[in-house]
Ligand binder design. Structure first.
Ligand SMILES: Nc1nc2c(ncn2[C@@H]2O[C@H](COP(=O)(O)OP(=O)(O)O)[C@@H](O)[C@H]2O)c(=O)[nH]1
Ligand SMILES: [Mg+2]
Ligand SMILES: [Zn+2]
Length: 370
């Protein structure tokens, strides 16, 4: 048995496919229960991963929490098959082991560029993305566009949260700047320290819905979580989000339940977010550029120095911001490079898997021949 933070060794199970209120509050929907067989519903319990630490995860069924150590077999799989924060899992009969990971409704990934490119999971089953930025020089359209592409790719609804309105002379001007990159984008202007300014923001965190917060360090994500939760859940001022070398770490990610229902996930470590495998999302976020591109003389126009480029003509006439086109081209390039690297990596992994299998098959043949 692994160490267990609660007395009751047996979290409530879903009986005969009926959802209990606690699990519904935790975000369980038919999308997940439909994945379960009758046998599974009878034998196993459902729980949600609320926290991921280096060697173990915390799961909850809405009433009890348990700590579960991931066995080594989980680490033999690629990161995308390991549980991440927000995942729904089936626990075995003794509630000490993960039987199965349920199919995700959405997943945030991060492409980490080390010696070789690697995909890491940030969170799963997010409904709404709070893109947090502040009403000061930190505000940057290009960063917002990057986050918007991420939201579009994962089918998660974005909401722009503009913090530090109390410190800004003209907070409303930032709303206008958001409108310029997406006319329909919902915007909330807040003082993250003042609960009274958060009623509009609160409305996005409905009972049973899961909201992830992304944004640069220091914009007020943890402050927002604390204010919405009504008590201190997160250290603020970026103390906990950095390791000794001052780098962001992703070792501590956790879901916070709000008193009025709803779950919040403060996501540290999105700073080096790279885009990959989201070409359709880029076309969506930059739909103005994408639709103009149909009028370019060349089908594969890069909108750089090709003759007859309708996009550059629009920049020249002031219809499209030069910055926006620059960012679009940058993201498209980054996206295609990273996507190619990921494809290569998958290919290598498949080859590796095949050679291991071939080796085992050969061994088995020899063993039976013997
Ligand atoms: N005046 C003011 N300060 C804020 C606001 N939001 C955050 N802060 C402060 O900014 C600092 C960084 O906030 P924190 O929540 O740690 O940012 P995080 O890195 O995004 O989690 C803290 O000192 C907060 O008190 C705001 O809306 N108004
Ligand atoms: Mg923080
Ligand atoms: Zn063009």
């Amino acid at each position: 048995m692994h160490s267990c933070p609660v007395r009751n060794p047996r979290p409530a199970i879903i009986n005969s496919g009926k959802l209990n209120a606690e699990l519904t509050d935790l975000g369980l929907t038919p999308f997940f229960t439909q994945q379960l067989s009758g046998d599974e519903l009878e034998q196993y319990s459902l729980a949600r991963v609320t926290e991921v630490q280096r060697s173990h995860i915390i799961v909850s069924d809405g009433i009890h929490e348990r700590s579960i150590t991931l066995g080594s077999t989980w680490y033999q799989q690629s990161a995308s098959r390991r549980p991440t924060v927000g995942d729904w899992v089936l626990l075995n009969h003794a509630n000490e082991k993960i039987q199965r990971l349920l199919k995700r409704k959405s997943v945030f990934r991060r492409v980490a560029a080390g010696t070789r490119i690697e995909v890491q999971l940030i969170a799963a089953n997010i409904d709404t993305l709070f893109i947090v930025t502040s009403c000061n020089e930190e505000f940057e359209e290009s960063r917002l566009e990057r986050y918007l592409a991420l939201a579009a790719e994962t089918n998660v609804d974005p909401v722009i949260i503009l913090t530090k309105a109390d410190l800004a002379d003209e907070a409303e001007s930032y709303r206008e700047r958001v409108r310029a990159i997406g006319a329909d984008l919902p915007v909330e202007i807040v003082n993250a320290l003042d609960v009274d300014s958060l009623s509009g923001t609160k409305a996005w965190v409905r009972r049973g819905s899961t909201v992830a917060l992304v944004g640069s360090s220091g914009v007020g994500k943890s402050t927002l979580v604390n204010s919405l939760a009504g008590r201190k859940r997160m250290d603020t001022g970026s103390i906990r989000e950095q390791d000794a070398k001052g780098r962001h770490t992703t070792s501590y990610r956790s879901l916070h339940r709000l008193p009025g229902g709803g779950l919040l996930l403060d996501v540290p470590g999105m700073r080096e977010l790279k885009v990959a495998e989201l070409d359709t999302a880029l076309a969506e976020v930059f739909s103005d550029i994408d639709s103009l591109a149909e009028q370019c003389r060349f089908r594969d126009c890069d909108h750089n120095d090709e003759p007859g480029c309708a996009v550059r003509a629009a920049v020249a006439s002031g219809d499209i911001d030069a910055r926006r086109l620059r960012n679009y081209r940058k993201l498209v390039l980054e996206e295609s490079r990273n996507t190619a690297s990921i494809a290569e990596q998958r290919q290598r992994d498949r080859q590796f898997g095949k050679s291991i299998k071939a080796h085992l098959d050969l061994k088995r043949q020899r063993d039976t021949a013997r």
